[in-house]
Design a protein around this ligand. Sequence first.
Ligand SMILES: [Zn+2]
Length: 111
Amino acid sequence: MADEFDIERLAGLASDEQAPVRKAPSRLKSRTYTALIREQQKTGPLLDLTATKRGGRKLCVFEDLVQIAPVGRNAESAFVCRICHARVLAENLDHAPIWWPGCPYVRFQNR
Ligand SMILES: [Zn+2]
């Protein structure tokens, strides 16, 4: 059958170091990240921004604003990048023109 899934052929391609490397579209990575964060939120609050920063991850500019604002711990554990311009651009454009540091959506761009 021509459409049959050939796992042996795929395994061979995966182990072929000469095979061209194809990256997932940045839009797909961004939408997947958003979906994963939303699923994670169903199980409880996200790690707060202070702990995230202390752990070594650079924060997005929007996260920085929330982190320095006099807000409660609930706001610091929210998915701040849901309001980030980078998320909207990254979910809808490959090679989105976003450059600010720290935002996970910028890191998904294939550059
Ligand atoms: Zn962001």
